[in-house]
Write a protein that binds this ligand. Structure first.
Ligand SMILES: Nc1nc2c(c(=O)[nH]1)N[C@H]1C(S)=C(S)[C@@H](COP(=O)(O)OP(=O)(O)OC[C@H]3O[C@@H](n4cnc5c(=O)[nH]c(N)nc54)[C@H](O)[C@@H]3O)O[C@H]1N2
Ligand SMILES: Nc1nc2c(c(=O)[nH]1)N[C@H]1C(S)=C(S)[C@@H](COP(=O)(O)OP(=O)(O)OC[C@H]3O[C@@H](n4cnc5c(=O)[nH]c(N)nc54)[C@H](O)[C@@H]3O)O[C@H]1N2
Ligand code: SF4
Ligand SMILES: [Mo]
Length: 679
């Protein structure tokens, strides 16, 4: 008889779905969304509904391997776990003895969102080792910084409240692609009469389904938001009572935005002044109004400021007072778990007697290719396909090809990064190990137990770092912790949102809502994350300059490279995680263009085009579909470069210039030239 087991989707997605796995004779037969989960509501996105294809793919890595070819070539021979662990431990000890432990660098991101496998035993291991610390900026650092500067706390409107909204703005948010479980709530709101608008340089499926789409120049959102403030204040559309009670600095803000007329913003954003004024009036006078802001807005050079200024809009209008009003960027900060107990940063005292240096992952290219003291001599990559997803990929690959660099990769598939490994270790998928998960688009904490057996010689990250700790001779108790010990530690938090949630409860119920009022309205009565609980506008800090790599940026650069490239998420992908799929490879080999630009360059749909700048060159297939405005081109990311005929993907074009604050990457501030190269 088939049996149903519970799991949780571990992919880097705000929805964090509760998954039901049908298991027949020990083999997974079907995945579906848990109908009992208030946000999953019985369905999964297309890519994960088919995850069993990935689970049982003949390309799955099943045994530890050692490199036999050149770095990057991808030729390996099978070895035993004992050999692999001995080699790694010996090399890490040597590097540590010769250059100090900070010559060792972990590189990981959110291949799994699980606490234990995403940042648990690995953190303990590297802290005990005294390795360099990684600043994990690649995705959301700029937005986190901007939203924190604005509100203090990064809490947001819960998805279950969206049906109450009467105006919904999807601002840099590809809801159908990257956050599909919000969509039914929006459909419900629209059925109740809500209007739904999108603000995005690309008119994707969400834009096409909206009541109105605003094409905005990449990286210019701050100018739009400042002009919206200008109209809100100038036309007295703000909530004077809310502003008086819960904010500081309104008079300075009034002065600051006086010069930010819609006419000025039109020049910068490409949206007509009258449209800006009209949008603002609707936004400020419709209640409840909610903004789904997503991370698309903060992958540009002014990304932190954009997140900051937009986050202030519902403060001005008082939208936070309404059920179904406000803004959601992320809900993750509400999960106030005992991270220090999980990660044990105190272990650095034992290894180094101080905190280790910090390296920004968005600068991996520089870290591996420029002089550093000490240099990075050993790299351990897990939960990330850095050689495909990090900016300035050509430089990253030059770094990874260094003969003096010892690289360990923990992976499920032999992707771009795995090809550069000296030792390649096979890991389990989320269906095969235990973990605890937060949602960053809702407020449910979830537990997953292994639903399927781990195939062949695969092991979880937790188990691998536990074994490595033993090989290194680390005898601290925490390296003997079981998964359940680690979960109990995490849950041991005094914060009222999580106090009292137990492993037993999670085991029984699979998902547990944080201890929040229902509905949760974090800022209905101020309560911002500041010492005086008020929102401080800090008007003097709010400003806008176009990104260097943009149509209004460096004129010289713009002359040679006249197109603004954005490389947003592909609907059927999870960054590069499904890059082995042929359909995904095709989708991420596309360059979407405006018909006017294409005609001028003699380009037709399906033509091969070369797209290049000073950092690199990449061949894609043109899709002339007017999904972008003139001057913008869009290449959905992220392809496995190794599958491309020229072995390149869009990240050969992106730069390691950092955002205005937070140290984030600027994937979507990227100037390029495009030329037709053939049919
Ligand atoms: N299907 C799918 N889902 C995913 C992922 C995936 O790869 N595929 N990745 C996951 C990850 S890691 C993340 S971080 C989230 C991200 O989720 P999102 O933030 O929704 O995804 P992005 O594609 O980064 O950006 C969203 C939208 O912002 C637009 N955009 C780009 N530049 C600008 C700009 O300057 N201004 C404005 N207003 N809009 C802009 C893009 O065209 C895109 O439509 O999605 C997660 N979910
Ligand atoms: N051009 C461009 N580049 C981008 C972006 C963009 O929008 N445009 N987006 C950026 C963003 S937002 C992000 S978040 C990054 C994401 O970039 P990455 O962090 O590289 O994410 P993925 O490409 O999904 O790779 C995750 C890897 O983790 C592996 N994995 C999954 N589970 C486990 C596990 O339990 N253990 C181990 N060891 N491995 C596991 C998967 O097999 C997969 O290969 O990409 C960034 N790069
Ligand atoms: S990727 Fe997102 S939408 Fe798809 S199953 Fe996972 S959590 Fe749900
Ligand atoms: Mo991300």
């Amino acid at each position: 008889m088939p049996e149903i087991r519970h799991s949780v989707c571990a992919l880097d997605c705000p929805d964090c779905c509760s998954v039901l796995v049908t298991v027949d004779n020990g083999r997974g037969a079907r995945l579906r969304g848990n109908p009992a989960h208030p946000v999953t509501r019985g369905f999964l996105c297309g890519k994960v509904a088919q995850y069993l294809e990935r689970e049982y793919s003949p390309e799955r890595l099943l045994y530890p391997r050692r490199r036999v070819g050149a770095k990057g070539e991808g030729r390996f021979e099978r070895i035993s776990w004992d050999e692999a662990l001995d080699i790694i431990a010996a090399r890490l000890k040597n590097v540590s003895a010769e250059f100090g432990p900070e010559a060792i660098l972990p590189y990981s991101y959110a291949g799994t969102m699980g606490f234990l496998n995403g940042g648990g035993m690995d953190r303990r291991f590297f802290h005990r080792l005294g390795a360099s610390r990684l600043d994990r900026t690649i995705c959301s650092a700029a937005g986190v910084e901007g939203a924190t500067q604005a509100l203090g706390f990064r809490y947001g409107t819960e998805p279950e409240q969206f049906p109450h909204a009467r105006l919904i703005l999807a601002w840099g948010a590809n809801i159908l692609g990257t956050n599909v479980h919000l969509w039914p709530f929006i459909v419900e709101a629209r059925r109740n009469g809500a209007r739904f608008y999108t603000i995005d340089p690309r008119r994707n499926r969400v834009g096409a389904a909206s009541d109105k789409h605003f094409f905005i120049n990449p990286g210019s959102d701050t100018a739009l938001a400042l002009a919206m403030m200008h109209v809100i204040i100038g036309e007295h559309l703000y909530d004077a009572d809310y502003v008086a009670r819960y904010t500081e600095g309104f008079e300075d803000l009034r002065k600051r935005v006086a010069l930010w007329t819609p006419q000025r913003a039109e020049q910068l954003t490409g949206i007509a002044a009258e449209e800006i004024a009209q949008l603002t009036r609707e936004y400020a006078t419709t209640r409840p109004s909610v903004i789904r802001l997503n991370y698309g807005i903060q992958r540009s050079e002014r990304g932190a400021m954009a997140a900051r200024v937009i986050s202030l809009l519902p403060v001005l209008t008082g939208a936070w007072k309404d059920v179904g009003g406000g803004l959601q960027l992320s809900t993750s900060q509400a999960f106030h778990l005992n991270r220090a107990g999980l990660e044990r940063p105190d272990l650095q005292q034992k290894s180094l007697g101080r905190e280790a240096r910090v390296i920004n992952m968005a600068e991996l290219s520089r870290t591996l290719t420029m002089p550093l003291d000490p240099p990075v001599k050993a790299l351990v990559v897990y939960n990330s396909n850095a050689a495909a997803t990090a900016p300035n990929r050509n430089a990253v690959r030059r770094g990874l090809a260094r003969e003096d660099l010892f690289t360990v990769v923990l992976e499920q598939f032999q992707n771009d990064t795995a090809d550069f490994a000296d030792i390649l270790l096979p890991v389990t998928t989320f269906l095969e190990h235990s973990d605890l998960y937060l949602g960053y688009g809702h407020y449910y904490l979830q537990l997953a137990r292994p639903a399927l057996p781990a195939p062949a010689e695969t092991k979880s990250n937790v188990e691998i770092f536990r074994l490595l700790a033993e090989r290194m001779g680390f005898d601290d108790d925490c390296f003997h912790d079981s998964e359940d010990d680690m979960i109990r530690t995490l849950l041991d938090s005094p914060h009222p949102f999580v106090r009292g949630i137990t492993l037993d409860q999670l085991q029984r119920d699979h998902f547990v809502r944080l201890h929040l009022p229902e509905p949760f309205q974090p800022f209905a009565e101020g309560n911002f994350g500041t010492p005086d609980r008020k929102c401080h506008f800090h008007a003097e800090a709010l400003d806008y300059q176009p990104p260097v790599e943009s149509r209004l940026g460096d004129p010289e650069l713009r002359r040679d490279f006249p197109f603004e490239l954005i490389s947003p998420k592909n609907d059927d992908s999870m960054n590069s995680t499904f890059g082995h799929r042929t359909s995904v490879d095709r989708q991420t080999a596309a360059l979407h263009m405006h018909a006017g630009d294409a005609a001028r360059l003699g380009i037709h749909t399906a033509d091969a085009v070369r797209i290049y700048n000073r950092r690199g060159s990449c061949i894609l297939r043109a899709v002339v579909d007017n999904s972008v405005a003139p001057g913008v081109v869009c290449a959905p990311s992220t392809r496995w470069g190794k599958r491309a005929p020229d072995k390149a993907n869009v990240n050969v074009l992106t730069s390691e210039r950092l955002t205005d604050a937070g140290g984030g990457p600027t994937f979507y501030s990227c100037l390029v030239q495009v030329e037709r190269i053939g049919d």
